[in-house]
Design a protein around this ligand. Structure first.
Ligand code: NCD
Length: 325
């Protein structure tokens, strides 16, 4: 968490890493437009290096703890792969029922324990605000891999990298977020990051799953136009990025409410006939029924490419906070 004056040498670009060395990544609110450009630049270099040589030794000897209190496939494995491709190693704790958490240990004590053995912790936890609590308890970097319905900053950074890689710009794009905008932490982080650019945001959701007012207020303070809809048909033709989300079953208090909205929107080849030819469909994944598999081979389906970009962005973030002094 706190900084250390040693600056990092990275074999690419300007030495801006000094600003991120030893820092936590808790919220997208920490990132300016300039920071994004820097992350994208490093991620781009990482991609080239993975393609050329596969594995580097930038973080040789460093150890990352992957502490997951909620299920994960992509986030945990891409952080592990990112760390190993940078030459470091990983301790994974994803069965917290086998850890001292079951004995009643607090999150603060658990992270203080793990930081004795490692150089940084990636944390996923069901409670909003948990990442901040953990970061305050620790002395080493904490990376938020999803805190309840709060934020998922590294996902939003990889989502931004995907948009940049696929459409080459942010300004003047119309981005439509679809599905569970209330409980989906990825869209909370992504809307905030997009508000750094001149975009138009559409939110399409069932009435009970609307984008939280707190996020909308922050975005509107940046002067960004936001409009809410219940039907996708109204906005699909103008959309450049359709960001589809899963209805977050695990966050519902009432199972009947979940049943009412679970199949609210389905993206398939038929509905996509009304969309532009040059646009992309994204999804943080996992998907349940919201994108039909028959759409997967369409060139606009960017969600598998998005996963791969995630590796390069997470390599960039680890290099920034942990890189060799
Ligand atoms: C997302 C998450 O955990 O918030 N998944 C991910 O990290 N790729 C989205 C989801 O679970 O629906």
């Amino acid at each position: 968490m706190p900084t250390n004056s040693s600056s990092l040498y990275l074999p690419f670009g300007e030495n801006k890493n000094a600003a991120w060395y030893g820092k936590d990544i808790v919220s997208v609110k920490q990132f300016s437009r300039e920071d994004l450009e820097y992350v994208f630049g490093v991620a781009h270099e990482m991609r080239g290096m993975v393609e050329r040589v596969g594995t580097l030794d930038l973080l040789k000897g460093k150890i990352l703890a992957n502490l997951f209190y909620e299920p994960s496939t992509r986030t945990s494995s891409s952080f592990a792969a990112a760390m190993e491709r940078l030459g470091g190693s990983v301790i994974s704790i994803n069965e917290v029922k086998y850890s001292s958490v079951t004995k009643g240990e607090t999150l603060a004590d658990t992270v203080r324990t793990l930081e004795c053995y490692t150089d940084a912790i990636v944390l996923r936890h069901p409670e909003t605000g948990s990442a901040e609590i953990a970061a305050k308890a620790m002395h080493k970097p904490l990376i938020n891999a999803g805190d309840g319905t709060g934020e998922h900053p590294t996902q939003a950074l990889l989502d931004m990298f995907t948009i940049k890689a696929e459409l080459k710009r942010f300004d003047d794009l119309t981005i439509t977020m679809l599905g569970d905008l209330k409980y989906g932490r990825t869209v909370h982080s992504l809307a905030r990051l997009l508000s750094l650019f001149n975009v138009k945001l559409n939110y399409v959701s069932p009435n009970i799953l609307k984008m939280p007012k707190e996020v909308m207020d922050e975005v509107s303070e940046k002067g960004i136009s936001q409009n809410e809809f219940s039907s996708l048909e109204d906005v699909l033709p103008e959309t450049d990025v359709l960001y589809v989300t899963r209805v977050q079953k695990e966050r519902f208090e009432n199972a009947d409410d979940y049943k009412k909205v679970k199949g609210a929107y389905i993206i398939d080849l038929d509905i996509m006939k009304t969309a532009k030819q040059k646009m992309i469909v994204m999804h943080p994944l996992p998907r349940v029924t919201e994108i039909s598999m028959d759409f997967d081979d369409d060139p606009r389906a960017a969600y598998f490419r998005q996963m791969e970009y995630g590796l390069y962005v997470r390599m960039a973030l680890l290099a920034m906070v942990l890189g060799k002094a």
